[in-house]
Structures are given as structure tokens and as C-alpha cells.
Ligand binder design. Structure first.
Ligand SMILES: Cc1cc2nc3c(=O)[nH]c(=O)nc-3n(C[C@H](O)[C@H](O)[C@H](O)COP(=O)(O)O)c2cc1C
Length: 215
């Protein structure tokens, strides 16, 4: 039987990676943008930069840089608690477990999140199975934030539903969101306003703070 990963194990992982006297809130930014100049990523960077000025340690993961296999849907993980693929999901898993806040940014592609981010979410079936079938996974509660941008004016709720499902596997509660529509036609001044709005939201994130362990 696989060992149960609970908040205590997370604490051990944190201690190993934490320098003495360093107990800042840890925020992980996950960008699903195509390039560093993508608007969704620019907004995420602003949120993280502003947050790091006042309260926390920031780590960033770019989905475009990860090597991720598609879940084959054969459900072996539901029996073994292991995934047959060995790739960058492990990097992502460790980074999520070491953070207090996880902020994801993604553009809208065909009403939802980009396919590579969806592939990451599908691979979370492993953690879902460990948590809900095998009872071997119980991450400590964390807070989550979602930034999304769209060329036109779509319904952001489809993307939000995917992100909420992703977050729930890791016990991350969506506490804030920022959605910017019409990016294919908005002018620079309008984008400047969005940048200011996101900066303000970063303070709200700080107020939300870190969580108590519940394991
Ligand atoms: C493959 C693809 C699909 C897209 N689908 C939609 C869509 O369904 N609705 C929409 O409003 N915009 C859509 N867009 C436009 C993007 O959401 C928009 O250009 C956004 O600003 C891209 O985000 P980024 O600046 O962070 O790269 C799509 C763009 C691409 C490349």
C-alpha cells in the first residue's frame, strides 16, 4: 500500500527546501501562455511581482516548457497509485505541494484552457485516485487564483470549471480571479488599467495569507 502523503509529509518536504529563518508565504505561478509576451503571462507576472515585494517567495512554472504525456485513460493509477508516465508532472506536483498559494494564468482557446494545460489537468487523475479511491493523498489546504484573457468576449466559466477541478485535487480553494475579455482589440490604455487592477488584487492575495495544516 502506498504511503499516505499528508500535510506532515509536506512539512518535511518544506523543511528540506527551506533555509533557516525563511518562513515566507510561498506562491507558485503556473502560466499556460504561448510566449513570455502573452497577455495572460504579463498579468500573472504582475500579480507575482507585486506579491513578492510585500509578502512572499515566488516560483514560476511555464506549461510550454514541460514535457507532459497525455493520460491514456486506462486507469491503472486507480489500482496502483502510480502513473506509468515519468515526466515533468513530478516537477509540478512538488512545486504545488511546497506552495501556500497557486496562481494559474491561461488564455481562452476554444472556450476553455489551452490543450497542454488540459493535458496536465487530465494527468491529475493520479492524485484524484490517491485521494478519493486509495485514500493515500491528503494535501494541506491552499489558496488559488485564476487569471484568464480572451480575444473576444466568451463565457469564462468553462475554463474556470477546469481550473476548479484541477485545484480541488490538491485541496486548493479558488479565492480570486481576474478575467480580461476582448484582448484581440483592446488598446494599450485599457490593458494598462487591467495591469493596475491585477496589482491591486495581489494585495488581496497577501491578506488571504497561508493556511493551517489540517492533517
Ligand atoms: C487556438 C486559439 C483558440 C482561441 N479561442 C478563442 C475563443 O474560443 N474565444 C476567444 O474569445 N478567444 C479565443 N482565442 C483568442 C485568445 O484568447 C486571445 O488572443 C488571447 O489574448 C491569447 O492570450 P495570450 O495573449 O495570453 O496569448 C483563441 C486563440 C487561439 C490561438
Amino acid at each position: 500500500m502506498a504511503k499516505k502523503l499528508c500535510s506532515e509529509d509536506e512539512n518535511v518536504l518544506r523543511k528540506k527546501t527551506q533555509k533557516k529563518g525563511e518562513e515566507k508565504i510561498k506562491i507558485l505561478g503556473i502560466s499556460a501562455a504561448a510566449t513570455p509576451k502573452s497577455r495572460s503571462e504579463l498579468l500573472l507576472n504582475l500579480l507575482l511581482d507585486e506579491f513578492s515585494k510585500s509578502s512572499g517567495d515566488v516560483k514560476k512554472i511555464f506549461i510550454r516548457d514541460l514535457e507532459i504525456s497525455f493520460c491514456d485513460g486506462l486507469r491503472g493509477c486507480e489500482k496502483t497509485g502510480k502513473c506509468k508516465f515519468s515526466d515533468d508532472m513530478r516537477v509540478l506536483e512538488k512545486a504545488i505541494l511546497l506552495s501556500d498559494i497557486v496562481a494559474v494564468s491561461a488564455p481562452i482557446y476554444f472556450t476553455s484552457v489551452p490543450a497542454k494545460l488540459k493535458a496536465v489537468v487530465d494527468r491529475c487523475q493520479l492524485y484524484w485516485a490517491r485521494k478519493n479511491i486509495l485514500g493515500t493523498f491528503s494535501p494541506s489546504p491552499k489558496k488559488g487564483f485564476f487569471i484568464s484573457v480572451a480575444g473576444r468576449n466568451p463565457d469564462f466559466s468553462h475554463a474556470e470549471a477546469v481550473i476548479k477541478a484541477f485545484f480541488s485535487v490538491f485541496n486548493i480553494k479558488l479565492v480570486g480571479r481576474f478575467y480580461l475579455p476582448n484582448t484581440d482589440k483592446i488598446r494599450n490604455e485599457q490593458f494598462a488599467k487591467a495591469r493596475e487592477d491585477v496589482k491591486k488584487l495581489s494585495h488581496q492575495l497577501g491578506e488571504e495569507g497561508a493556511n493551517e495544516s489540517n492533517c
